[in-house]
Design a protein around this ligand. Structure first.
Ligand code: SF4
Ligand code: SF4
Length: 427
């Protein structure tokens, strides 16, 4: 197996939730469903205030170009199309629905034929997006007929604390395999590889007997960021994706394990994408869990159910390496909210920043071979051309540099900002 350079080995911290079977968060009284839960243009409202909707009803129609459909996760009455805060701290359109608790539902019609076109169309119709966190519309990703010989299922789950994919693999391995084969059909790949970090032995045991007929399990060393797309492709196939190119240019399409599950649900059960499994964890969560959480659920509901509070060291959506700080529990869960971490003061203390001591650890740790400390220096001096020369545009946002820095510099954030400025200014 090929080994990517750099990377780190953070404490896994998965013990809080890895043995918690997937449960279900009780349905909320109301949901605030964001019309933008994906990369691309926000969906266009497909309902009006006062309308009754069933669970599974289309409430946001994908816009032209890159976009995704949005569905109601409950049965109830639309109270309006309202603006509400998002993880990015901006205001965006949400569909506010009052739950009537009848749970009446509607599904997509049975899939008439098993052709690449029909499966792609179903994935698009069901509003499926990359559920590992990226939110890229999956039908667009899989639409590479003839370019990819390998469909790679990303089940590395290398971020500390997060266990939702591990639990899905242990409890729903057959469905994930089924979704992977459907995705294989859709993109025309000759083989399927499933990459799993070796710290998930139970998941691998569940998958192993199912991996036949062109499907192979690839056990991976436990090293962050094993689940980053380029690093995963290199580990599983030995192929490198050149800078500025897509995985398909290396003959590979990557989908997350939860996305494969969603493809199965949409094709075999007619269920569109309106909920997901979320890990709730961290030293300040009294009852860590893996829960089905409906899109549009206020994070406060999740916190209350798991005995967690705003008054903790830090709240993070996603993993501690790449996740986003949560500034309010009024924000709503989306298709990509894989985890909600309530870190204790001790866990969060690790982030007090001081001056760089020039140790070079960030350079050694960067899996893309960049010099994060020099990029940060260039950014602070507003020398963006210099930041580009140091390779800021190739950053994958993995957070390894921040993790190893003894001075606790916010390097990943700095490199991300430099990358954004370089892109916006066309440098
Ligand atoms: S510079 Fe980017 S790619 Fe390199 S370690 Fe930092 S976040 Fe990861
Ligand atoms: S790891 Fe931190 S202290 Fe060391 S060179 Fe990089 S920025 Fe400076």
């Amino acid at each position: 197996m090929a080994r990517f350079g750099g990377g780190v080995h953070p404490a896994g911290c998965k013990q809080y939730s890895k043995d918690e079977a997937i449960g279900r968060l009780p349905d909320p009284k109301e949901v605030w469903v964001p019309l933008s839960q994906h990369i691309g243009a926000p969906a266009i409202p497909a309902v009006q205030a006062g309308e009754r909707v069933l669970r599974g009803r289309l409430i946001g129609r994908a816009a032209e170009g890159l976009s995704a459909n949005v569905f109601s996760p409950v049965a109830g009455t639309v109270k309006g199309i309202v603006t509400h805060i998002t993880f990015a701290g901006k205001k965006a359109e949400h569909v506010l629905i009052e739950n009537d608790f009848t749970d009446e539902s509607v599904t997509l019609p049975p899939l008439a034929e098993r052709t690449p076109g029909a499966v792609l169309a179903r994935i698009a119709a069901a509003g499926i997006v990359g559920m590992g966190g990226a939110g890229f519309p999956t039908a667009a990703k899989l639409n590479v007929q003839g370019k990819a010989d390998t469909l790679l299922v990303n089940a590395a789950e290398c971020e500390p604390y997060i266990t939702c994919d591990d639990r899905l693999l242990r409890e729903h391995a057959e469905e994930i395999l089924s979704g992977a084969r459907l995705a294989q059909l859709a993109c025309g790949a000759a083989r399927v590889l499933i990459g799993v970090e070796k710290n998930k032995p139970e998941a691998m045991e569940r998958l192993r007997p199912l991996c036949t007929d062109g499907v192979s399990l690839v056990p991976l060393r436990t090293r962050y960021p094993q689940g980053a797309e380029k690093q995963l492709i290199y580990s599983c196939t030995g192929r490198k994706v050149p800078e500025g190119k897509l995985p398909a240019d290396a003959g590979v399409v990557v989908i997350n394990a939860h996305t494969a599950y969603a493809i199965h649900a949409a094709c075999e059960r007619g269920e569109p994408c309106y909920e997901r499994v979320m890990t709730v964890s961290g030293g300040a969560a009294e009852r860590p869990a893996n829960l089905w959480v409906k899109n549009g659920t206020l994070l406060r509901e999740v916190a209350d159910f798991c005995g967690a509070h705003e008054e903790c060291g830090r709240i993070v959506a996603g993993g501690p390496m790449m996740g986003e700080a949560v500034f309010s529990l009024k924000i709503c869960a989306t298709k990509t909210t894989s985890a909600l971490l309530f870190l204790s003061e001790n866990e969060a203390e690790a982030n007090k920043s001081s001056v760089c001591i020039g140790c070079g650890k960030c350079v050694q740790a960067c899996p893309m071979g960049l010099s994060p400390t020099f990029i940060e220096e260039a950014l602070l001096a507003k020398k963006y051309e210099e930041a580009k020369r140091y390779g800021a545009s190739a950053c994958i946002g993995c957070g390894c540099c921040s993790y190893v820095c003894p001075a606790k510099r916010y390097l990943a954030q700095s490199v991300k900002l430099a990358k954004k400025i370089i892109r916006e200014r066309g440098i």
